[in-house]
Design a protein around this ligand. Structure first.
Ligand SMILES: CC(C)(COP(=O)(O)OP(=O)(O)OC[C@H]1O[C@@H](n2cnc3c(N)ncnc32)[C@H](O)[C@@H]1OP(=O)(O)O)[C@@H](O)C(=O)NCCC(=O)NCCS
Length: 175
C-alpha cells in the first residue's frame, strides 16, 4: 500500500468496518512507519483490474507481530483472497523475525475467526469492550512462530499484491 491507495482503501474501510473505520490520518500514520531502515509495519493491497479489492497490514515490535488489519471487498469475500493476504502477512512476520503473531477480532466475526483458525491461530483471551462505541468484546488470538513460515498455503495469485507503509497506535486493530 502506498499513500495514493488510501482513497480506495478508505472506501472499502467505511463499508467493511462501519462502526470503527480507520481515518485517513490513521492510514497515513501507519504508512509512515512502513518505509526506511527502521520500518516496523508492512501494508499490502490486492488489486484486480486496477481496483483495490483487499488490504492487510502487520506491525512488528521486538519478536512479536500484530495483524493490524485485514479486509476483502464484499464482492471478493469467500474466494480465498483473505487467506492469500494472511499468507503474505505471515511471510512479512517471518521477515521481521517475529516469534509470535497476535491479533484481535470481534467475537461476533465468525468468518474472520475461521480464517485465522485455519492458519493455526489459537484463542488466548478476551478484551472486554475493546470495540467502541458498540462495546463489543475482542477475541485475542495467537500464532506461535515456528508456524509463521511457509508450510501453510501456496495458493496461486489471481491478484497482484504490492507492499506499503504504515500508521500509529491509537486506533483499534481490525485484525
Ligand atoms: C475476514 C475476511 C478478511 C476473510 O476474507 P475472505 O476472502 O472471505 O477469506 P477466505 O475466502 O479465505 O475465507 C475465510 C473463511 O471464512 C469463511 N467465510 C467467508 N465468508 C463468510 C461468511 N459470510 N460467513 C461465514 N464464513 C465465511 C470461508 O468459508 C473461509 O472458511 P474456511 O477457512 O473454513 O474455508 C473478509 O470476510 C472480510 O474482509 N471481512 C470484513 C472485514 C473483517 O471483518 N476483517 C477481519 C477483521 S478481524
Amino acid at each position: 500500500m502506498r499513500w495514493w491507495d488510501i482513497d480506495q482503501v478508505l472506501e472499502l474501510e467505511k463499508d467493511l468496518f462501519p462502526e470503527d473505520a480507520w481515518s485517513r490520518g490513521m492510514f497515513w500514520s501507519e504508512l509512515a512507519h512502513a518505509r526506511g531502515a527502521e520500518a516496523n509495519r508492512r501494508y499490502l493491497v490486492a488489486e484486480e483490474e486496477g481496483r483495490i479489492v483487499g488490504y492487510a497490514g502487520l506491525a512488528s515490535s521486538g519478536d512479536q507481530g500484530d495483524v493490524q488489519t485485514i479486509a476483502v471487498a464484499r464482492t471478493h469475500q469467500g474466494t480465498g483472497l483473505g487467506g492469500r493476504l494472511l499468507t503474505e502477512l505471515l511471510r512479512v512476520a517471518t521477515a521481521f523475525e517475529c516469534h509470535e503473531v497476535l491479533l484481535e477480532c470481534r467475537v461476533d466475526n465468525i468468518a474472520a475467526q475461521k480464517l485465522y483458525e485455519r492458519f493455526g491461530f489459537e484463542p488466548i483471551g478476551f478484551r472486554r469492550g475493546y470495540y467502541q462505541p458498540g462495546n463489543v468484546d475482542a477475541l485475542v488470538m495467537r500464532l506461535t512462530t515456528d508456524r509463521t513460515t511457509e508450510d501453510r498455503t501456496t495458493e496461486d495469485r489471481t491478484t497482484e499484491d504490492r507492499t506499503t507503509e504504515d500508521r500509529t497506535n491509537e486506533e483499534k486493530d481490525h485484525g
